[in-house]
Each structure stands twice: as C-alpha cells, then as structure tokens.
Design a protein around this ligand. Structure first.
Ligand SMILES: [Zn+2]
Length: 176
C-alpha cells in the first residue's frame, strides 16, 4: 500500500478536529489517533472537538513513539500538530514510507497571525492540504484568523472557547 500525507489546516473553530475524525471514520480500517503531550485542555487521552465529539487518543511527545505500532495499523491521525516540534515532518515522511496514511490537523497560524513552522513544513510535504474557515465572530464572513481575547502573550496558550474568537482578515486588522 502506498503511503499518503493529508493536512487539514485553518484558524481556530474552523472544524479541523471534526474533519480529522470524519476522515478517520470514513476509512474502513483500524486507526491510531495521536495528540501532543502539551494539549491538556480537555483530557489526557481523548480528542474532543469544539462541537463535543470525543475519540480516544495516544498522548505523545513525538510522533516517532508510535513507529513500533504501525505494523498492524496503517492509518494515523494527528491532532493539534502545531504543538509538535519540527521532527514531526521527518516522522510523517517515515510513516508514509512505511505505507501509512497520515491525516494531520493543525493550526496554520497563531493569534499574532505568525506561522506555526511545523504545520507549514507538513503542508510542504503533503499529498493533499485542505484549508478550512470558521465564521467571523463580528461580520459572519469566512474567518481565517484566531483573535486572542485575553492578555496572555505566550505562543502556546491553549484555546478555551472563550479565550479566542475567529475573525476575517478585515475584522482582525480592525481590532489589532
Ligand atoms: Zn469579519
């Protein structure tokens, strides 16, 4: 079987995790779902979408931790890819070489509209990339920006629903 890398990206609330889980359900096969150790906002061992859907996940520091499990399972889902280090790119290429289909969801940009380099690296090597949009919280047009509503300035600040709002480019420029 030929391996494949699919990336699902966009701003917060654009439905990336929901789309990831939908694709994993669509494949008629067992799959492994991974999430980074960092993302503890809801649960240590589940991916929970903003719409409330849940799925068990392995919590790992690096994607390479599952290399020994892919003998039987050829479908790998990865959520919150922006929190993995740059090594995720090499790890996904290796999984593809092993014949795995890797489906990855991750934020393309942070609240300052700066790129998450690991996700852009994944887009570079992907066989397909899907960009999703949220709905602008102010004008209801398609939104591509994540606006942080709190004063927290660390790059990795986990997204509670009330800490961010999705905005279109124009509304984002207006509130900056
Ligand atoms: Zn707007």
């Amino acid at each position: 079987m030929l391996g494949r890398i699919e990336v699902i990206t966009g701003c917060m609330f654009s439905g990336k995790s929901t789309e990831l889980l939908r694709r994993l359900h669509d494949v008629d096969n067992k799959f492994i779902l991974l999430k980074p150790m960092l993302d503890i906002r809801y649960s240590l061992d589940e991916v929970i979408t903003h719409s409330g859907e849940k799925k068990s996940a392995f919590v790992v520091n690096n994607v390479s931790e599952i290399f020994n499990k892919v003998n039987n399972i050829k479908i790998i889902g990865i959520d919150e890819a922006q929190f993995f280090s740059h090594s995720i790119i090499e790890d996904c290429l290796k999984l593809k070489k092993l014949g795995c289909t890797v489906i990855i969801a991750g934020l393309n940009k942070d609240y300052l509209n700066e790129e998450f380099k690991s996700v852009y690296g994944l887009i570079d090597i992907a066989d397909s990339t899907t960009k999703l949009y949220a709905i602008c919280n102010r004008c209801k047009k398609p939104a591509s920006r994540s606006h942080r509503l709190s004063n927290e300035t660390s790059k990795i600040f986990l997204g509670h629903k009330d800490s961010y709002e999705p905005l279109c480019k124009k509304c984002y420029e207006n509130v900056k």
